[in-house]
Design a protein around this ligand. Sequence first.
Ligand code: ZN
Length: 206
Amino acid sequence: MVEKLTSIEGPMFSGKTLEMIRFADAFTVGGHQVQIFKPAMDDRGEGSNQIKSRLFGRWDATPIDQPEELLNKLRKGVDVVMIDEIQFLNQTNPDGVYKIVEVVDKLLDTDIKVVISGLPRDFRRQPFGPMAELLARAQDKVVLKAVCDEIIEDGTKCQQLATETQRYVDGEPADWNDPVVLVGDKMEGYAARCIKHHVVRNKPIK
Ligand SMILES: [Zn+2]
């Protein structure tokens, strides 16, 4: 098998996990040995040992805290590695290189096919962790979109294709300076938005 990196990118609610499950099913039917990994912090799915689509379908997934754990937990004979929500594996080595990028390179060097899935941009519309580097390496790209459900002036929904992830804090569009992990009892929520309706309050003007 020729080494190959496939990326699945899109905002929240665009069906990235569903697409990953579809790939996993197809590779398995084709006789490949698939193992899915996910950041331990992503707790969707029943228990922490699965990935689960919001629509349907689930697959066993190996949770990892650190990128290098992937190599230790890789089962013998696996020839397709999939990594869900990879933007959260954002640890860097002292040179500032993302560790997960090094791990993906190692897998590709050993002729293991890799499929990654993640959010390309964060709520500030900035590159999310290792995603920019990983997307640049991918030879095969799946770009997913959701649908913007912002209520517009006439009371209907926008319905344009949504490429961005809108973050809300206590019901208001998030501020540029809001921490990625909230402290205290603030409530946060997310929605998929078209570029026109994506709001970042107090974004610095360059
Ligand atoms: Zn919109």
